[in-house]
Ligand binder design. Structure first.
Ligand code: ADP
Length: 744
């Protein structure tokens, strides 16, 4: 029964454990318990810690095998110690059976003891610690004052000791506490420092991330704003070509809204015939390549095709893998248009320039008409162009010449002389330029337009442009007509371009007309000269013959003989003149005959010089040459004619001087002859023209008469001999005429 209540070891409270230790640490505790047992004769003595709810043995001397060890517990309610705790007074029982109070008490019966002594042990602060107690199954004399005194003393001793111990423990604990605090402090300091550092780091990185976050947010916002406000369309897509972003400019450019475009395939904006480009682009992007300013065509929502410049860059994920592409699309229609215009202007300028040169240089009406037609058709971009030109033939009848460009002549046969059609009439009636976007719909020309005049399917004319050509006198002399199979192809600028060319053409045609007239007149003049000189030649030859007969029949002293001689001289001059005129006419008609013989040029020069010297005594005609003969195959008489002509001129155009020098020399296989005078000379700007027919230097003195055909004939004769003739002259200093002929 007792055993059952012993050692009810509950979980030992750390405080009680400390108390147990404190008691066991009393150096004399075992001696103390031994003394108690010896002096009282009791078999079991203990120091117990008694709390409100527990009874725990702290130190035990058990000689009677009571069964409790240090740390062992008894149920509190079963002990008398609990009552001592409550009363604070000792309980002393010598013999339970004889004790009035305890004979009926459960505890002695429960634990089987008869003698019992227990005194309270208080701590220094007066709090209850427990008891110092002893029991024995036999009665004992414990109520003696000596025993109780001993127990009280021992209880005090324990109390003191506990206090000391407590203090020690307290001190120790204080110390420990201090140490701990110090350590803690140290630890905390360290921890704090680390924490502070960590905090600072965290704060810093937090700030950084906040900044980055703000920055990146700002950046993102900024980027988004840039993308949105960009004038270029910016589109992103996956590698499968699915559109993932679409900015405002993309919407403006292609017409699809963001909602319509996102999620769709990029072929949304790629024309059918350019789909292959997408594969090439994606392939490059997959290989991390960029595409820069690739010029191509894309289509808008409405189906219109627009020229664009494309820059495509790969989009990568955080690992650097290409996951899509961003496209910047720039609308280059304006640029293209400007380029086109610039090209057009340059082309037009070139055409205008070339046409200007050609038609101002050309004097042939037909070729001017053709050139103007070709050029203006090109300038207007017309499908065909035609130039109708009014002409008046020799009989004064008017007819129309026309040239075509861009269409075969048969196509125009019906178009021909349609002066009476409304369009033609308008042009030739001087109503000015006519430009119609769609002539088939224009009520004014509907009835008899060139379109309706055309055979079905032939030159379908929709756009129409007609520009009149007006002569200097203001008369419409022709018209340029252009057609195009599409409507509204001719613009104001085309009108102006053609009008510009038309003005030039008009001048050129006037010139051509004048030239043709001059040409006709010239031909008539040549015809007249030929005819007149031919008619003159016979009577002059007869006169010369009769004069010679008279001269021969006159006696030597006849005073009329001198007159006859003078008359013969004049008739000879006239003969030369007529013969020169006849030569000109022969040259003109290509009928100047040459008869080649071999002769010595030096001989001929000597003879002619001598003969000329006899006629002119005002000048010394000097022949400078090597005595070597120079053999030449040529028309002897024509050569003589050339040299006589040049010496005559040298004397005639060098009044007041007295020398003419003639030189002849061979160089290589050529003979070069020069006739030099020191006379009036010829200005540079006239030198080229003196070999032309009927040309005479301006402002010549009255006595220097002539027809201006001598040098022309000389030049022709030398040219016909495959030679060359030229002049070196300085005004006021004299002239040297050269000719060169091949020899051998
Ligand atoms: P013409 O002497 O009958 O006028 P030409 O054909 O012989 O015709 O000569 C053409 C022109 O060339 C002359 O009118 C004259 O003005 C110029 N001319 C020819 N020879 C000379 C010369 N030796 N010195 C200066 N002028 C000359």
């Amino acid at each position: 029964m007792i055993k059952e209540n012993r050692n009810l070891k509950k979980h030992i409270d750390p405080n009680i454990q400390a108390d147990i230790e404190a008691v066991s640490n009393l150096p004399m505790v075992s001696t103390l318990l031994e003394v108690i047992c010896c002096t009282t004769g009791m078999g079991f003595a203990a120091i117990a810690r008694v709390t409100e709810d527990r009874w725990v043995a702290c130190s035990v001397r058990d000689e009677i095998n009571f069964g409790i060890e240090a740390g062992g517990e008894l149920q509190l309610e079963t002990t008398i110690c609990n009552e001592i705790r409550q009363s604070g007074k000792p309980v002393i029982i010598d013999d339970v059976l004889k004790d009035v109070f305890f004979c009926e008490h459960q505890t002695p019966a429960m634990y089987g003891f008869q003698s019992y002594i227990s005194v309270p042990v208080f701590r220094k602060d007066g709090s209850f610690f427990g008891t110092l107690c002893a029991i024995d199954p036999k009665p004992a004399n414990v109520s003696s004052s000596a025993i109780t005194e001993m127990f009280n003393l021992f209880a005090k001793l324990i109390s003191n000791h506990l206090t000391t111990f407590d203090q020690l423990a307290e001190t120790e604990s204080d110390l420990l506490q201090n140490q701990r605090t110090l350590k803690l402090q140290e630890y905390y300091n360290k921890e704090l420092a680390a924490a502070n550092k960590e905090l600072a780091d965290t704060q810093r990185s937090l700030q950084l991330s906040i900044k980055q976050l703000t920055d990146s947010k700002d950046k993102q916002a900024m980027l988004a704003a840039i993308i949105e406000s960009s004038e270029d369309a910016i589109i992103s897509k996956t590698l499968d070509g699915i559109i993932t972003s679409w900015n405002q400019s993309a919407e403006n450019l292609f017409g699809h809204t963001e909602n319509e475009a996102i999620g769709k395939h990029i072929t949304l904006v790629i024309p059918e015939d350019r789909r292959k480009e997408e594969q090439i682009i994606i392939e490059k992007i997959r290989n991390s390549q960029r595409i820069d300013h690739f010029e191509t065509i894309r289509k808008t929502k409405s189906g219109a095709e627009i020229p664009i410049s494309l820059t495509v860059s790969p989009i990568r994920n955080e690992e650097g893998q290409v996951i899509g592409a961003s496209k910047i699309v720039r609308d280059i229609s304006k640029q293209k248009h400007a380029d086109e215009q610039l090209k057009n202007y340059a082309e037009r300028l070139e055409i205008l320039n070339s046409i200007g040169q050609t038609i101002s240089a050309g004097l042939d009406t037909q070729s001017i008409l053709q050139k103007v037609t070709d050029a203006t058709t090109q300038l207007t971009g017309a499908s065909f162009g035609a130039f109708f030109h009014n002409q008046v033939n020799e009989k004064g009848e008017s007819y129309m010449l026309y040239t075509l460009s861009g269409a075969p002549r048969e196509a125009f046969e019906k178009f021909g002389m349609k002066r009476d059609t409304a369009v033609f009439a308008s042009i030739f009636n001087g109503e000015g330029i006519i430009r119609v976007d769609d002539i088939t719909k224009d009520p004014k020309y509907e009835k008899n337009s060139p379109y309706t005049d055309m055979p079905e399917g032939y030159l379908p004319v929709i756009s129409y442009l007609a520009v009149p050509i007006t002569s200097k006198a203001g008369e419409v002399i022709g018209g340029l007509f252009f057609g195009h199979s599409k409507p509204a192809m001719f613009k104001k600028e085309h009108e102006q371009l053609v009008a510009g060319v038309a003005a030039q053409a008009s001048v050129a045609l006037d010139n051509a007309k004048l030239y043709e007239e001059v040409h006709v007149l010239n031909a008539k003049k040549d015809e007249f000269i030929g005819l007149a000189s031919h008619e003159l030649k016979t009577p002059v030859t007869s006169i010369s013959g009769y004069l010679q007969i008279i001269k021969r029949n006159l006696s030597a002293d006849d005073k009329n003989k001198a007159f006859i001689s003078k008359a013969l001289q004049q008739v000879n001059k006239l003969t030369t003149l007529i013969s020169d005129l006849l030569d000109v006419s022969k040259i003109q008609t290509g009928k100047l005959p040459l008869s080649y013989t071999q002769f010595d040029m030096v001989d001929m020069l000597t003879e002619v010089t001598e003969m000329m010297q006899q006629s002119y005594n005002s000048h010394k005609i000097e022949l400078q040459y090597n005595k070597q003969p120079i053999l030449l195959r040529a028309d002897h008489q024509r050569m003589e004619q050339v040299i006589i002509n040049l010496i005559t001129n040298a004397v005639k155009y060098s009044p007041g001087t007295d020398k003419v020098i003639i030189k002849a020399a061979v160089s290589g296989n050529k003979i070069k002859v020069s006739i030099q005078d020191f006379g009036i000379g010829i200005a540079k700007n006239q030198q080229e023209r003196i070999f032309s027919r009927f040309y005479r230097v301006e402002n010549l003195a009255a006595h220097m008469s002539g027809l201006g055909i001598g040098l022309y004939i000389c030049h022709e004769i030398i040219s016909r001999h495959k030679g060359k003739m030229w002049i070196e002259s300085e005004l006021g200093k004299g002239s040297t005429f050269f000719f060169e002929l091949p020899i051998g």
